[in-house]
Structures are given as structure tokens and as C-alpha cells.
Design a protein around this ligand. Structure first.
Ligand SMILES: Nc1ncnc2c1ncn2[C@@H]1O[C@H](COP(=O)(O)OP(=O)(O)OP(=O)(O)O)[C@@H](O)[C@H]1O
Length: 234
């Protein structure tokens, strides 16, 4: 494990302003601070509503923050997600920071195999090779081969989640954010996801995630950050 963090969050505060509710203010976190190093998997913990998903979205740059810094080491340099311009943020995502959300955003008419292969093609891998890797990953995740040529729009929740995981994990990104990657999965497929996460960690990938399944969390996570501490201060 190298000593230099890949993610460094410091003094992050956010309050939601509810414009449609007469400008009501909903503080979510304050003084959030933690670091992540290559090869470690860290869970965001705390009860429902504590701000776990919100914090994950702040790190990915989807939610603006009111104060603090979120520094990600990418392209040999630290980039502050909070202040980076949109193009820099998109470059950082393409090279360094992946996000595996709970739900698949389905692209109409695109086959499952293509949906999964797309990030690799985007990285410059030859299409045939990318499709082959996508097939191997889908097979590992027990997605029946008859489904591969179909767009995933009509798939079951668990099937869509496996497509989403395959798409999120197929390309190498040194920092992965995962929002409940096993939420809709049965025990056998959860085990596969645990194996995939283990493989990423061994490759030096840092993972920050929300893992509601205690068994999964205990198996893959090196520590838990209690978001309640940041929520209390907000
Ligand atoms: N876009 C938003 N606008 C306004 N309030 C929001 C928004 N996103 C989240 N919140 C509020 O912020 C608080 C934290 O929500 P968040 O989804 O981050 O919690 P969580 O810890 O991930 O919960 P869960 O475990 O139930 O998913 C909640 O009170 C929620 O209503």
C-alpha cells in the first residue's frame, strides 16, 4: 500500500436548499474529512438518511458542496472535484474515477454486450477485444448468454444490476465509487461481486462504497467511515 492517498476529502459541508419548499434548508454533512489509499475498500456507514449517497455523489462531482475540498489524484496530479471545471471533471472521470450506481441507465436499442463493452472502447481498446472481455465478465456474473444481444431495458432488477456492475468494472479506474452494488442480487451473485471487488483491490484500486449487506461489507471492506459524525455536525 502506498502512503499517498488517491482521495482526500477535507472540511466538506453541504446543505440542500429546497427551492420548492420555500427555500427550506436541509443540512446533510459538515466537516467531512477522510482519505482513501490505493488498494483499500472503505464503506460509508450510518443509518438511512445519514448522507451516505449524498457524500458519494459529492465525491463524484454530481452534487456541489458549500465548502471544503475533494482532491482526487488523477493523471499524475491532484484535482479538486469541488472546484474543477466540467471538462476537467469529465477527464478525471474518464481516466481515474468510476461510479457504479444502483440502477442501470438504459440506452435504448443498444445490446447488453455493447453497453458493457462501451467504457473499454472509450479507452481505445479494439471493439472485438472489448466485446470479448464484456462477454467474459457477463458470464462470470451468471448473465445468461441469450440475453447478451438484447438491450437490458426489460431485464429484471438483479439482471440490470449485474449489467451495471459489469459496465462499471470492465475498465480500469484507480478509484471506484459503488452505491450498494449487491442490493438486488442473490447470495451466489453477491459472492461474484465480492470476488470482483477483491480482484480490483489486488490491482490497487481504491473503493469507496455503500454496502448495506453486512456480510458483504465485512468481507470486502477494510474500514467503515461513520457518516453520522459528519451529519451530527451539520
Ligand atoms: N437532491 C436532494 N435534494 C434535497 N435533499 C436531498 C437530496 N438528496 C438527498 N437529500 C436529503 O439528504 C439526506 C441524506 O440523504 P442520502 O440519500 O444521502 O442518505 P443515505 O444515508 O444514503 O440514506 P439511505 O441509506 O436511505 O440510502 C436525506 O434527508 C435526503 O432527503
Amino acid at each position: 500500500m502506498t502512503s499517498e492517498p488517491i482521495l482526500s476529502v477535507d472540511g466538506v459541508a453541504k446543505t440542500f436548499l429546497l427551492h420548492l419548499r420555500g427555500g427550506a434548508r436541509l443540512p446533510v454533512v459538515s466537516g467531512a474529512a477522510f482519505e482513501l489509499r490505493p488498494g483499500e475498500c472503505v464503506a460509508l456507514g450510518g443509518p438511512s438518511g445519514a448522507g451516505k449517497s449524498s457524500l458519494l455523489k459529492m465525491v463524484y462531482g454530481n452534487y456541489r458542496i458549500d465548502s471544503g475540498t475533494i482532491r482526487v489524484r488523477g493523471d499524475g496530479d491532484f484535482v479538486d472535484v469541488a472546484s474543477a471545471d466540467p471538462r476537467r471533471l469529465l477527464r478525471l472521470r474518464a481516466s481515474t474515477m468510476g461510479y457504479v450506481s444502483q440502477f442501470l441507465r438504459v440506452i435504448p436499442r443498444v445490446s447488453t454486450l455493447e453497453v458493457v463493452a462501451e467504457p473499454l472502447v472509450g479507452d481505445g481498446v479494439a471493439r472485438e477485444q472489448a466485446l470479448e472481455r464484456a462477454g467474459a465478465l457477463l458470464a462470470w456474473l451468471n448473465l445468461p448468454e441469450r440475453l447478451w444481444p438484447l438491450p437490458p431495458a426489460t431485464f429484471s432488477g438483479g439482471e440490470q444490476q449485474r449489467v451495471n456492475i459489469a459496465r462499471g468494472l470492465i475498465a480500469h479506474r484507480p478509484l471506484l465509487l459503488m452505491d450498494e452494488p449487491t442490493a438486488s442480487l442473490d447470495a451466489a451473485n453477491s459472492r461474484v461481486v465480492v470476488e470482483l471487488i477483491g480482484e480490483k483491490k489486488r490491482a490497487g484500486v481504491a473503493i469507496l462504497g455503500i454496502f448495506h449487506d453486512a456480510q458483504v461489507r465485512e468481507t470486502v471492506c477494510d474500514r467503515v467511515i461513520d457518516v453520522t459524525e459528519f451529519a451530527k455536525a451539520a
